[in-house]
Design a protein around this ligand. Structure first.
Ligand code: FES
Length: 125
């Protein structure tokens, strides 16, 4: 049984920003090649600042905890700042993940980046 930090358990049992945003400014969907789990991320952006963010996942507990944490890290940030959030930042903020669960944190950061790229693409049109 992997040992989870208190913060992981807190975000897993009380995930922040779960849900869907209708008509998002950016949307990202990624799959985890390791386990096949899925993550969706929605963002609302004003003046390049992430004003709202929601996620939905068909992932394990670590995927839920890392996405919850990534939404807290990203909200209120400029999109270019938010693009710099890495899976390691997320894991560090959660006081670490068991090594066999590190792959789960890929989903959260990757889905956030995908949503921001989507926003940037739409803005150019
Ligand atoms: Fe699939 Fe964790 S086992 S995201």
């Amino acid at each position: 049984m992997p040992v989870y930090s208190k913060k992981v358990m807190d975000h897993f049992t009380k995930p922040r920003n779960v849900g869907v945003i209708e008509n998002p400014d950016g949307y990202g969907k990624v799959g985890n090649p390791v386990c096949g789990d899925l993550m969706e991320m929605y963002i609302k952006v004003e003046d390049d600042i992430i004003k709202d963010i929601k996620f939905k996942t068909f992932g394990c507990g670590s995927a839920i905890a890392t996405s919850s944490m990534v939404t807290e890290l990203a909200i209120g940030k400029n999109i270019d700042e938010a693009l710099k959030i890495t899976r390691n930042d997320v894991a560090n903020e959660l006081d670490g993940l068991p090594p066999q669960k590190m792959h789960c944190s890929n989903l959260a950061a990757d889905a956030l980046h995908a949503a921001i790229e989507d926003y940037k693409k739409k803005k150019k049109k």
